[in-house]
Each structure stands twice: as C-alpha cells, then as structure tokens.
Design a protein around this ligand. Structure first.
Ligand SMILES: C[S@@+](CC[C@H](N)C(=O)[O-])C[C@H]1O[C@@H](n2cnc3c(N)ncnc32)[C@H](O)[C@@H]1O
Length: 359
C-alpha cells in the first residue's frame, strides 16, 4: 500500500492506494462519466440484454424518452431500431452529448432521434413520451437520482400511462467483515484515483465517499440478505422512505458493516440481474456501520434500519443507516450517515485508514 497526496484549501490527506482491484468511490452519482465508464456499460452484456429486452417490448410505434443517453446513445438507438416513432435522447454532460449527437447523425436513425443537451429536469420536449428509458440505477439502487428524475418525468415529460424501463430495482443488504473483504487492508485501486480526485474537486474538499468493492462474491456474506429498497418506477415509490429488515447471522465471524447490492428487474420478463452474483458494471457498496467489529455466531440476529433522504441538491439521496446485533455478549449498535456529498472525513475507522489527514 502507498499513499497518494490530495491537497485542498483546508490541508492535505494521504489516500491509501493498493495494487489490486481494491476499492472505488461509488462513481455513478457524480457527473464524471468518461470514455472508460461508458465503455464498461456499453460492454455490460447482461445489463444490455435485460434492458434491451424490456425496451423492445414497449418501444415499437411509440414516442420514447431516453434520459441520460450517454456518449454511445445505447437506448435511443435500440428504441429506434425496434421501430419507435420518435426518440428524444437527453444527456447532461456536454462532452457526452456532443459525442451522442455525432453518433445519431451518422446512424440510419438521424430523422427519428433528437439528441438534447441538459438534464431531464431542464428540458421541455415538444410532446410527452409514452415510454421512458433511463438507466440511472446506482450501486445502491436510488443513489444516481432515478426516483427524482422519474417523479419529474411523470409530472412533465410522460403521458399518464407512460411505461418506464427499467421497471423496478431492489437494494439488498447483508452483514460483512472488512477484514474478510480487504485481507491486505483497505486501499483504493490506482485506477479509481482520478475519479476520487474529481469528486473531491467538485465539492472543494475530501469526504467519506461511498466505498464500492470490486467483485466481492456472495461468499463474503455472514448473514441472510434482506431488501432495504424496493423501488418501483410506476410512480408508487416515494422519494424518501424508511425501511427495516431483520437478518440472521449464518456463520461465525466479525461483523463491522453491511454490503449493499442491487437486483434489477428491467421489465417484460427480462432476466433479473443480481450485482453480487452476476458480472455486471454495478459494484456492491460496503457501509461501515459499526465502529469496531462485533464477534457473531451463527443464529445471532441483526436488524437494519435504512432511511433514504434527498440531499440538498434535490436529486441524490443520503442514507441514514442504523444496525443492531443481538449476540450472546449483548446488543451492539452502530450507525452511519452515507451522504452524497456530506462534509465528514474520517468518520469511521476504515475512512481514517483510507484518508490519513496530514497535519
Ligand atoms: C449510468 S449512465 C447510462 C448511460 C446509457 N444510458 C447506458 O445505459 O449505457 C447515466 C447517464 O445519464 C446521465 N444523466 C444522469 N442523470 C441525468 C439527468 N437527470 N438528465 C440527463 N442526463 C442524466 C449521465 O451523465 C450519464 O451519461
């Protein structure tokens, strides 16, 4: 492990960097999509098969809105290919929009697709759409602002019976141990550093970003799994919500946090995707809820309370997570605020190891 220096107006931090796949900041909820991230999504065959299947079932003959089309225009092209009457493709990032506009112009569907620069919250297409495709699904399902974007789209951009692809997405949690997840100690992947720096630059300071874990695999779970988010994009899921799940410890170990992952239902009977078991572009997220590891035995109980509150940008949620473990030694509780851009730095031992404040 080495340390990479990040300096801002308030001082410097040494960021722990390792050679393995390691940790990433959860990147999807920030406007830093680049050639590499788009490449990963465009080549995520499981994701594309599921979303493509659901979109082809509803797009023919319809007016389609593609929110966050990205530089490759994946869903606008798929909708046009399958016979959509018209597609409005919206992209917030200027450079991605410029590339998408070129792709549309060079495609056989230039007359069908309008590529628009802006966020979905700002645009006013000429007509409401009957179908909306929006892959704004995060590593925690709601973290990229899908619920806020869909609430606004239903209000202003879709017909009353408008269909959304994907149809639904759950966020699951299970108990884990950081020592098992990061046997060599926690460290960011070297490839993740440019994104981490850009996120810090955007807010003018380093903070405890959400920690995305490369390919952990289901064997890391110490407990049963439970859904803390069940998002339905038919307008029935509120922006803000609190849920509670009770889990059971399934093997002896040391619990210090929760792993979050998604199960995506694109719709129209498409194969469900599980980001912990399937190889997809979504990375599970480690939430360090307990301040120190709690020794657990098979059969112990874990309760998780998960609260989604919209952050002050009005789009991206913050998560307030509380957990309590009932073991032979008594009840141990932990809490975490996993903010979209909260000012906390070093709020948990793992963050103190990842971000060493240099006096
Ligand atoms: C996860 S990527 C998906 C890209 C592409 N649709 C795909 O599935 O391959 C999300 C894209 O949506 C854009 N985006 C996010 N929120 C948006 C919004 N509210 N309006 C327009 N674009 C948005 C991002 O800049 C990014 O390009």
């Amino acid at each position: 492990m080495t340390r990479d220096l990040y300096t801002w107006q308030g001082g410097s931090v040494g960021i722990a960097v390792g050679d393995g796949p390691g940790l990433w900041p959860s990147v999807g909820e920030y406007p830093f999509y680049d050639r590499i991230l788009y490449y990963v999504m465009t080549h995520d065959h499981l994701r594309n098969a599921a979303l493509g299947h659901a979109l082809r079932a509803v797009a023919p003959g319809r007016r389609v809105l593609d929110i966050g089309t990205g530089r490759d225009l994946n869903w606008a092209l798929e909708a046009a290919r399958s016979g959509a009457k018209h597609v409005d493709a919206i992209e917030a990032i200027e450079e991605s929009h410029a590339m998408a506009a070129k792709v549309a112009a060079a495609s056989p569907y230039a007359g069908v697709i309008d590529v628009v620069h802006g966020t979905s919250f700002d645009v006013r297409p000429a007509e409401r759409a009957e179908v909306c495709v929006a892959e704004l699904i995060g590593s925690i399902a709601s973290s990229e602002g899908m619920l806020a974007a869909m609430a606004d789209a239903r209000d202003r951009l879709l017909t009353p019976d408008g269909v959304v692809v994907p149809a639904a997405c759950d966020t699951l949690v299970g108990a884990v141990s950081a020592r098992e997840l990061f046997p060599g100690g926690p460290a960011f992947s070297r490839r993740a550093l440019p994104y981490l720096r850009k996120i810090f630059d955007l807010y003018g300071r380093p903070f405890d970003v959400r920690l995305a874990v490369a390919e952990p695999g289901p064997e890391v779970l110490l407990s049963t799994a439970g859904a803390v988010e069940r998002l339905r994009f038919d307008g029935s899921t509120p922006l803000e919500e609190s849920t509670r799940v009770s889990l059971t410890i399934e093997r002896d170990g040391d619990v210090d946090g929760l792993l979050c992952w998604i199960v995506l239902d694109a719709g129209a009977g498409a194969r469900r995707l599980d980001s912990l078991r399937d190889k997809t572009s979504w990375m599970p997220v480690y939430l360090p809820v307990f301040d120190s590891a709690v020794r657990v035995r098979r059969g112990d109980g874990l309760t998780v309370e998960f609260e989604r509150r919209t952050s002050d940008d009005g789009v991206h949620p913050d998560y307030h997570v509380r957990a309590s473990l009932v073991t032979a030694a008594g009840v141990s509780t932990g809490a975490l605020l996993s903010g979209h851009h909260e000012p906390g730095l070093g709020t948990k031992p793992i963050y103190q190891r990842l971000f060493q404040v240099i006096p």
